[in-house]
Design a protein around this ligand. Sequence first.
Ligand code: SF4
Length: 707
Amino acid sequence: MHQAKTTCPYCGVGCGVTATVDDAGTLSAVEGDREHPANFGRLCVKGSALHETLGEQGRLTRPRVDGVEVSWEAALSTIAERLNTLRAEHGNHSVAAYLSGQLLTEDYYVANKLFKGFLGTPHLDTNSRLCMASAVAGYKRAFGADAVPCNYEDLEDAELIVLVGSNLAWNHPVLYQRIKVAKERNPLMRVVVVDPRVTDSCEIADLYLGIKPGSDAVLFNGLLAQMAAKRKLDHIYLERHTQGLDEALSAAQQTAGSVAEVAAACEVDAERLETFYYWFASQLHVVTLYSQGVNQSSSGTDKCNAIINCHLAGGKIGLPGAGPFSITGQPNAMGGREVGGLANQLAAHMDYDTPGAQDLVSRFWATDNLEPSLPNGPGYKAVELFDAIERGEIKALWIMATNPAISLPDTARIRAALEKCPLVIVSECAADTDLLPYADIVLPASGWSEKDGTVTNSERRISRQRGMLPPPGEAKHDWQIICELAKRLGFNEAFDYAHPHEIFDEHARLSGFENSGVTQRLFDISGLVGLGLDGYDALAPIQWPVTAAAPHGTARLFEDGEFATLDGRARLLPITPRGPEKALSEAYPLRLNTGRIRDQWHTMTRTARAPRLMNHRAEPFMEVHPEDAAQAGVNDQALGVLTAATGEYRARVRVSNAQRRGEVFVPIHWTDRFTGNARSSALIERITDPVSGQPEAKHGAVALAPL
Ligand code: SF4
């Protein structure tokens, strides 16, 4: 028997896990790692069932080409041949990749390097686009970098925590527990929940604001206006460290109005709203924690900046217990961003418009004398990418560790695009997913407990995932698959890694490469260069930046008031609130909200393997307000159908007073494998935020009827 420390593969909390492998080679138990700073020994129900989701049954074990099992040699040679043909006929930009926040940073790094650096295509995006893109864009606009200022200890040090569009109790349970305990220890701590639905997170709320869906920016513009009216702006901080107050305030005053007007626009009680504004304005140590309820919107980036504006205006940032704090949905959404895994990024937190970035990356990867050269502009973001496939512009797509046939909006259209794509390659762990029928080539990949690498959680903490078990059958690690293909394409030297620690080392070197002067990047982990295998194996969780000046990492950003903009000042942005783009109509009178449930993860490929995780919610459902149910003629526990312009969703009705009148909630997890027709994304249209490209998954328009 032996034990190993690793990291939970589910959510962005990034809990440390101690796993026990028994003498028979079975990973037989898991417990929370008491030394890991994310969770100090806690695990949620999903994390504590990790060992129950393992085993070879249901796993992909051999590569397949055109439905026939083949050797790796044959599969990779076929991919190389078909990619070369398509590139020769249609150009380098005809190939694309769609990655995942489930990948480890090392997998992500080599994929980004191959596609952007050596295949010369900018079209590499990730499912983090569905999760964090608006938060990223909001940070960049305000701070000059995709940089989360806070850490989890700030949640314990805060006097006020504002949860916006986040059911933390279900989606990030260990953080919820940390806040709950901190609140018990400090009775003066207050929690405000801003959410159209009454969720389990309201259990710790001192104040609940059940806002009209999509009215978050009005709420925070109103807050900024009230802070000014009550003389609660921190003018010294604003003067020294920011720009843009006048424009931001003027926009807030013009669009929000009085407290009564904001309350009416957000459909909340004016007295409660005033209390929230008073609490926020009068406390210094405030953390605003936000998640998909803010991000998954056609104005998600603006909503993020409306929140950040209020923190900058009050100087509530860069201090213990203070700051805007986006909580990541996926385990490694942040690691993917670090290597450049978004289509608008190049590498190591450099965008295409970062001065000198192309030349710098080109020299670092030694692609400067290569043909093709690095792309000189951004590629297609997730939804655009599938549009380009539909148009016939993208001819080859490699999908790794994600299932766009379920998770992207308007899945019927996504599936039609995949049917049309001449070459679809899928790297995957599970043998039976809704995506595999669309794949020409299927590659078996290793999974959690088998692969070695790093992930970065919501507080910028890099942690090791450690391999303890051999991959089943002939499955390989994603980084190996990518590198083996790269070598077949002729890029031997650049992809000649023997172990992920060598990839991590290169990633760390690139982060610090010529990183100085006016274009200095905040993401810098050059302090982790040269760890070697032993150092990498022993790497303890650490928060970036990690540099010579900060060898033990950086717990909190912007403590000195210096931001990552060219002039070092943060930006307040003028925000004009916009509601959901899809208007309600007679045909589709109800607002659709989608989200996770407590015990399931994504499309349930892992969590459905643990029977006890099915007990919480055993089947798909739709949650409806009693009056909406009565109006539609559906009863509690009866079967209902939701119809949208793009498709329909059939499931059991749960009538609940926790729902707002006029809004329906459906879970995102169920797929065609489990049920005939309960795919939430079939109801979501291809509407995205113009800045971030994140789909508006929280604001569909549907009709309800009995089945
Ligand atoms: Fe895993 Fe998230 Fe649960 Fe922690 S809170 S155990 S990271 S699912």
